[in-house]
Design a binder for this molecule. Structure first.
Ligand SMILES: Cc1cc2nc3c(=O)[nH]c(=O)nc-3n(C[C@H](O)[C@H](O)[C@H](O)COP(=O)(O)OP(=O)(O)OC[C@H]3O[C@@H](n4cnc5c(N)ncnc54)[C@H](O)[C@@H]3O)c2cc1C
Length: 472
């Protein structure tokens, strides 16, 4: 590709600064993985990594890649769970991590406008100083970038009341496949623009362009938060309680954990789960103090009606933090009960969660694969973890087949195979379980409209046989 040049990146380095262009092997390997460690087999070291500091750096890098015939992989903090920022087969990684400008926090208009390298926590902190809340809260909020959140339409604990990232993106700026800076939504200057491209960019997984700036809506900080943990002898009772709460109340959090998850927590934490606990729920209410209290009182009545073994309400912030500690132990706890874990973030309609649990339990018993279930049950988003021994290839195959059966059950129940982690290179081979050929063709036409030469994020989202069609 670069015959006849001693340093193929010399011109780019001169334009944007040498320190922003990483081309030494020791630096590159870090960018060959994300937090999912699920990329297809092969070497995915990038050829070069651009640590962009300004939108102009991104524009220069895109133009350079285009003229050099290199593919481009946008990257935030690399906490993705679907290999979305892994440069499959190499190419140029453009990392927005260092772009941390906060352009404005506007308290009257209730928004923040910022660059994409800020962590979710930094965005939350910036508006909390003005008593506002930026509600989307992926569990990775301390480390994930806001750009990655937008590109994946990140969800989290509070989605049940506040919705996912897409609800908060009022407009954005992105660098397109020709290195041009394009504004959308309110940043395009016309708040009533009927042809707002913003919703197409949110959740586009880095396939349409590189987002460099966004205006994000915020809400007034709730005055009070109330928290309870409820333990049940049967997961179906816990699910029935959720289904009774949601039509009547608007809790800010409804988290579910089944018995396998509780067993994993028990190995790390002495919290006294009552004897016979087979599922637990953490429920929160928030808002003005009176409302948070009134809603919590009604939540407690309903949780009790459905046969809770015990209800434990947090009396203060320290006790609340203690309960959340249990939830945070889930992921590390599960990682210790088996060397391999396929962590899938499916969603089913709210009325179907009990049936999904039954089907997952049946698949688990028939295949012998442990499949712990937990997650943001209040908005239908459940994490199914297919556990296996990495040194046992036969078990790995069975664990994989079990998860495919789970996906089919999810789609039969009217759900989706990814609620928040995205498809990336980890789930693209399963897209046909959910989407028909005309739908996939429509996605492909959208991709071609944004990126006619297939520059951005190849080998992602589309099933492998369709991938060749969006290659240049
Ligand atoms: C412990 C843990 C807990 C998690 N919990 C949650 C959770 O509760 N909810 C949830 O939704 N996710 C969760 N995640 C997944 C992950 O943190 C989110 O998907 C997050 O939004 C990714 O952000 P990132 O900056 O790390 O993106 P990356 O991993 O760097 O990239 C993710 C995707 O976004 C694209 N991208 C990144 N930046 C840009 C940009 N500026 N412009 C265009 N495309 C871009 C990449 O190409 C890639 O396709 C969790 C991950 C971990 C490790």
């Amino acid at each position: 590709m670069f015959f006849g040049s001693r340093d193929p990146y010399r011109k780019l380095k001169k334009r944007i600064g040498h320190h922003k262009v990483l081309d030494q092997q020791d630096d590159l390997v870090t960018y060959a993985v994300d937090a999912s460690y699920t990329a297809p087999p092969g070497n995915h070291d990038p050829n070069v990594v651009i640590m962009a500091e300004t939108p102009e750096d991104v524009q220069e890098a895109v133009r350079f890649a285009r003229t050099s015939g290199m593919k481009i992989v946008p990257r935030g903090a690399g906490t993705g769970m679907s290999a979305g920022s892994v440069p499959i087969g190499g190419g140029m990684v453009i990392c927005t991590e260092k772009m941390k400008l906060i352009r404005e926090v506007n308290t009257t208009g209730r928004w923040i406008q910022c660059e994409m390298g800020l962590t979710t926590a930094e965005v939350k902190d910036a508006v909390a100083r003005h008593r506002f809340l930026y509600p989307p809260d992926p569990s990775s909020f301390k480390i994930s970038s806001i750009g990655g959140n937008i590109a994946e339409n990140a969800g989290g604990l509070r989605c049940v009341k506040y919705g996912t990232t897409k609800e908060y993106v009022l407009g954005l700026r992105y660098v397109n496949a020709f290195g041009e800076l394009i504004s959308t939504g309110v940043l395009a200057g016309d708040e009533a623009n009927p042809l707002d491209l913003t919703p197409l960019l949110v959740g586009s997984e880095g396939l349409f362009g590189i987002i460099v700036e966004a205006r994000l809506a915020v809400v007034p900080e709730p005055k009070a938060t109330r928290t309870v943990i409820a333990h049940y002898p049967d997961p179906q009772q816990a699910i029935a309680a959720i289904q009774s709460i949601l039509p009547e109340l608007l809790p800010s959090v409804v988290e579910f954990m089944d018995d396998a998850v509780i067993d994993a927590i028990r190995q790390h934490d002495p919290y006294p789960f009552p004897e016979g606990t087979m599922a637990s729920l953490i429920v929160e209410t928030d808002g003005p103090t009176d409302n948070a209290d009134a809603e919590m009182n009604r939540v407690l009545e309903i949780l009790d009606q459905y046969g809770a073994l015990e209800l434990h309400t947090a009396a203060n912030a320290a006790e609340r933090e203690r309960l959340w500690q249990l939830r945070r132990l889930v992921s590390p706890g599960l990682s210790r009960i088996a060397s391999g874990k396929m962590n899938e973030d499916v969603v089913v309609p709210l009325g179907s969660q009990g049936e999904l649990l039954r089907r997952v339990r049946e698949i688990s018993e028939r295949t012998g694969i442990v499949i712990p279930v937990y997650g943001h049950a209040g908005d239908g988003n459940l994490h199914l973890n297919s556990m296996y021994d990495k040194d046992d290839m036969k078990q790995e195959r069975i664990a994989h087949d079990a998860i495919v059966e789970c996906f089919k059950a999810v789609v039969e129940l009217g759900g989706t195979i990814s609620g928040e982690h995205g498809i990336g290179a980890a789930k693209n081979r399963y897209m046909r379980i959910q989407y028909d050929a005309p739908e996939l063709e429509l996605f492909l036409r959208l991709k071609q409209a944004f990126d006619p030469d297939g520059l951005f994020n190849p080998y992602k989202l589309f099933p492998p046989d369709l991938t060749v069609l969006h290659e240049a």
